[in-house]
Design a protein around this ligand. Structure first.
Ligand SMILES: Cc1cc2nc3c(=O)[nH]c(=O)nc-3n(C[C@H](O)[C@H](O)[C@H](O)COP(=O)(O)OP(=O)(O)OC[C@H]3O[C@@H](n4cnc5c(N)ncnc54)[C@H](O)[C@@H]3O)c2cc1C
Length: 388
């Protein structure tokens, strides 16, 4: 069943994704969810088919597709019952390298990232003591000859166990010595195969979404000076440059979840008989499903607006942020409705609802929490004073 209203004319792309995802049925994702293991075979299949290299230009071995297509890939994974959170890093973390890396870095890394030989699934930004106040982060990278020496700590850094490389944001000039707090931060491409055990320690955090995320400790980790991406001191700007793509892709994942929840809710409401009639015949049951669907459709329009502007090289900060907020809210609403419609059965692992419910809840908080999207809109769209 395809309940979408808008026809986005990407039938071939969607059909190809659906065929691949169909090889990994609900039982597969359920088993990995229950065991908290990584869906290695699924991610491998996506990589081998080239889907995770969608946004890498053809000259570097990718398929050179736009954000519209990339977002459809993420949407279809979640819509099929999977969780693109296991692999979305490979899709967008390379953007920093592509936009700001040197020719040598791009030639060295991008073809291997495109083929899947190198996995760039991780990005280390968040820290335990400073949270969303990113410019106050305390991890430092100090240049010593042909190396940088890194000290500090990160938290919630995902997929380290399934990555060869990590984008790292660290302070290279002390906060007290810069004019604006956004200055003096730099981006590095860290080779995890060399770093772990040689100054970098990884502690997994057991968590509700069951996806591998970690605390990282850096104790005099030495990385080559040419790990620096772009200019020293401009890393915060480089991170911001990547946010619109990331937010639009995550919005698409939420939309995929939203369709999954509403389809599942509508199907169950149509077949579950209580008091001698389908529960979906009651307005108290059908209206919440209909409302959730309306909100997903609306969020979907904003997601495509953001992606279209991004692909046309237009500023899409407002649309990407709004798409992320609308889609995360819509998928969370749909998750609650789906859970409610299923009564007690929604809590049973075998219905997959409780797993998807936990997974989609993340997007109220990460990669950016809802409050900060509202702050963005208040400040940058409505011209209100900055609140933090
Ligand atoms: C499963 C998981 C995976 C993650 N993966 C990664 C990753 O790979 N890499 C990475 O770098 N990070 C990652 N994160 C971190 C994530 O991006 C942060 O958790 C998120 O940005 C929120 O930061 P915080 O947890 O420090 O919350 P805080 O900044 O401590 O905020 C806590 C709450 O207070 C609210 N708040 C704080 N200040 C204000 C204010 N001024 N006005 C209004 N509200 C405010 C926030 O909205 C939030 O709800 C992950 C997190 C999770 C849970």
């Amino acid at each position: 069943m395809d309940i979408r209203i808008e026809d986005d004319n990407h039938h071939d792309l969607r059909d190809a994704l659906r065929a691949l995802c169909a090889e990994f049925p609900a039982e597969y994702h359920r088993a990995h969810g229950a065991a908290e293991t990584y869906p290695e075979e699924f991610v491998d299949a996506l990589t081998k088919a080239g889907w995770l290299a969608a946004m890498i230009p053809e000259e570097y071995g990718g398929s050179g597709l736009g954000l519209i297509e990339a977002s459809i890939i993420m949407e279809e994974i979640n819509r099929a019952g999977g969780n693109a959170g296991h692999c979305h890093g490979q899709m967008y973390n390379m953007g920093t390298l592509l936009r700001h890396g040197s020719q040598d870095q791009k030639r060295k890394y991008l073809p291997q990232i495109a083929s899947g030989e190198l996995r760039l699934q991780s990005m280390g930004v968040t820290e335990p003591t400073t949270g969303t106040d990113t410019t106050k982060l305390k991890t430092t990278a100090v240049k010593k000859g042909d190396r940088y020496v890194v000290n500090g700590q990160k938290v919630w850094i995902s997929r380290i166990q399934h990555s060869d490389l990590m984008i790292l944001l660290a302070r290279t000039t002390p906060l007290a010595e810069v004019v604006r707090k956004s200055q003096g931060l730099s981006i590095f491409l860290v080779d995890l195969r060399q770093a772990i055990g040689n100054g970098m320690t990884v502690n997994p955090i057991r968590n509700m979404v069951g996806h591998k995320t970690n605390e990282l400790f850096f104790d005099n980790l030495e990385i080559p000076a040419d790990s620096l991406i772009g200019e020293e001191g401009r890393g915060f700007k480089y991170i911001l440059d990547g946010l619109n793509a990331e937010r639009t892709l995550i919005a698409a994942e939420c939309i995929g979840d939203g369709y999954w929840f509403t389809e599942k809710a509508a199907a169950y409401a149509g077949e579950r008989i209580v008091f001698d009639r389908p529960i979906g015949q009651n307005q108290g049951v059908q209206f919440p499903i209909a409302r959730a669907f309306v909100n997903i459709e609306a969020a979907n329009l904003m997601r495509f607006k953001a992606a279209r502007k991004f692909d046309a090289n237009q500023d899409c900060g407002a649309e990407a942020n709004m798409a992320k907020l609308l889609a995360a809210d819509a998928s969370w609403e749909a998750a609650n409705v789906c859970m409610q419609v299923h009564g007690g059965f929604g809590f049973a692992e075998e219905y997959d609802i409780e797993r998807k419910f936990r997974e989609t809840r993340l997007y109220q908080v990460a990669p950016i929490s809802t409050n900060f999207i509202l702050s963005y809109v208040a400040e940058h769209v409505l011209g209100l004073p900055r609140s933090f």
